[in-house]
Design a protein around this ligand. Structure first.
Ligand code: ATP
Ligand code: MG
Length: 554
């Protein structure tokens, strides 16, 4: 097993490959900070030396003043562009690493973590890591440098002004953070309400026929109105804070500037600064508010980004299949005749109650066993344990003496044929529904297995034969069940698992499926979960799962 990749390792790897890029980026960041400190200084010179003083060439220095702004824009653009490119490169590498991990990760990971959870790591968490580059760490560094630079610049004019500017920082930070928090709360509540409205629309459309049949239009409309009203209420709060924030900050700026003016004029220039310095200081103080405000947002992006890093790292560190000691099916088949043994098997999901409580059983090759039991007894759980998707909390299930969960996932298909109750289509051709992109399975193998289940003629008659894009609507329930059987049988596995395969079928189709299964089962071990007797009668043994134990019925 290789060492697990980490987000940090991936980022460092990308940086190491392009050190020049990193240096250029740092240069751009420094340029943005330094150049944004220049305009107030030039303004001071313009006022003191050119407007009030005797220096000539105002137009020239005016042009320089404009050019600095132009350069700030250019550097800022290049910095943003470089960060986006670097961020995308890193995100691409992270996505590759995650895809690679996906193939190695233990199947049990996916029984413990739902689809939503896993896809959220792939989509949301990775996106949050991206914001770490685009408006996280670097922007925060720039804003911090800008604040420090502004304070130093003001201090440079006059230390009393410097102290005043320094005192402004915590006040502005406090006001913005209070506003941000309020805005965040009302936005989250608003999103929740928007979600409810959207869900309601979806639900109404999905259930339109039922709503019309049972005359529930008025009820649904009433609920929609309720959700909409709640939505508007929360929206009002969002708008209120949004529109308050700007005037409050502007007022703060005005008060600060007025204070500077007051002390510059009061008591025969108490601060002892020139008019140019007053102009420059007001400019700098105005500029001080924006980065303090941005810091709050950047901090929250960084927090989100870091939690994204944590989730992605957890995923990248998830347990992988144990490759050492693992045996290929051929070797495995040489170890014995194909006997499955349960030795004191206990199982519980996470911290839940014990579902299976000490099962012992020997399944001989070729044996046909039906498992019955009330709903929730643990039959499907039992199958997941038998194919190694779950691992017993105590005890062992072995195939030819090897614990089943240690069999390589890629090898399992040649050993276990799992016929699902609901056939899940992959977005591909009919042929690929059967091969599942396994290149070792030939076209003629697919043809013969489709022939065996009696679907060949139908599939060949489709627009493009076996290469027709498969679709839910192309097949009936019974045909889907036959496809599921073909998918399981195509690798000719010695053990077949059937989880209530005929539960959804009418009597005629069920007879057909049972007949196919009977023929397919010749010489194979067949383990089935059955609710109806039709699938039971072909079994050698019927075992009831009850209170976590096995009871032999026949
Ligand atoms: P049915 O006949 O209805 O299909 P079953 O015998 O197949 O039922 P299982 O699906 O094995 O029953 O479920 C056994 C118990 O385990 C149930 O109480 C169920 O709630 C619980 N269970 C099933 N899957 C999980 C899971 N992923 N996490 C936690 N508990 C689970
Ligand atoms: Mg079940």
């Amino acid at each position: 097993m290789g060492k697990n990749k980490t987000t940090k390792g991936i980022i460092l790897g990308v940086i190491k490959k392009k050190p020049v890029y990193l240096v250029a980026l740092i240069l751009m960041v420094i340029s943005v900070v330094v150049f944004s400190l220049l305009p107030p200084q030039i303004l001071k010179i313009i006022i003191d030396d050119y407007l009030l003083g005797t220096s000539t060439g105002l137009a020239k220095i005016g042009v320089i003043y404009l050019i600095t702004f132009l350069l700030i824009g250019v550097f800022d653009f290049i910095k943003g562009f470089m960060l986006t490119i670097a961020g995308q490169k890193i995100i691409k590498e992270i996505r590759f690493a995650m895809k690679e991990k996906m193939g190695k990760i233990k199947a049990t990971y996916f029984t413990h973590n739902g689809t939503g959870q896993v896809s959220s790591i792939f989509i949301n968490d990775v996106d949050n890591i991206n914001t770490l580059f685009t408006d996280g760490v670097i922007s925060m560094a720039i804003d911090l440098f800008k604040i420090i630079g502004i304070i130093i610049s003001i201090w440079f004019f006059n230390y009393k002004l410097g102290i005043f500017a320094l005192c402004l920082i915590p006040i502005v930070a406090l006001i913005t953070s209070i506003f941000r928090k309020k805005m965040f709360h009302s936005q989250t509540r608003n999103l929740l309400e928007v979600g409810k409205v959207n869900n309601h629309i979806g639900e109404t459309i999905r259930n339109m026929i039922m709503i019309k049949t049972f005359n529930k239009e008025a009820y649904m409309e009433g609920r929609y109105k309720e959700y909409l009203e709640d939505n508007y209420k929360t929206m009002d709060r969002v708008n209120f804070y949004d529109s308050c924030f700007s005037p409050v900050i502007q007022m703060m700026t005005a008060i600060s500037i007025a204070t500077v003016f007051y002390f510059a004029s009061e008591g025969d220039n108490y601060l002892g600064i020139s008019i140019g310095m007053v102009a420059a200081a007001t400019n700098l103080i105005t500029n001080l508010f924006a980065p303090i405000d941005s810091l709050g947002m950047e901090l929250s992006s960084i927090q989100k980004g870091l939690s994204g890093v944590e989730s992605v790292d957890d995923f990248l560190a998830a347990e992988e299949d144990v490759f050492k000691d693992q045996l290929a099916t051929e070797e495995l088949n040489h170890l014995g005749k194909g006997e499955m043994v349960f030795k004191d098997v206990h199982f519980s999901y996470d911290d839940g109650p014990e579902i299976l409580k000490g099962l012992n059983l020997v399944i001989n090759p070729g044996e046909k066993i039906s498992f019955v039991g009330r709903t929730g007894a643990g039959k499907s759980t039992l199958f997941k344990l038998m194919v190694g998707l779950l691992v017993p909390t105590k005890g062992e299930i072995t195939y030819n003496g090897i614990p089943v969960w240690r069999i390589l996932n890629s090898e399992k298909r040649r050993l276990f044929g799992y016929v699902e109750q609901n056939f899940s289509f992959v977005k591909a051709s009919v042929l690929e529904q059967i091969t599942l992109f396994d290149e070792d399975i030939s076209y003629s193998q697919v043809e013969s297995v489709l022939d065996f289940v009696g679907l060949l003629e139908y599939c060949k008659g489709l627009d493009n034969g076996l290469l027709t894009e498969a679709d839910e609507k192309l097949f009936s329930e019974g045909q889907k069940q036959l496809l599921a059987i073909a998918r399981a049988l195509v690798t000719n596995p010695p053990i077949l698992f059937l989880d209530e395969v005929t539960a959804n079928l009418d009597a005629v189709t069920e007879d057909k499926v049972v007949k196919v299964l009977k023929e397919a089962g010749e010489g194979k071990t067949i383990l089935s979960i059955a609710h109806r007797t039709s699938t039971i009668y072909s079994s050698d043994k019927v075992i009831e799962v009850k209170d976590g134990m096995f009871y032999n019925i026949i």
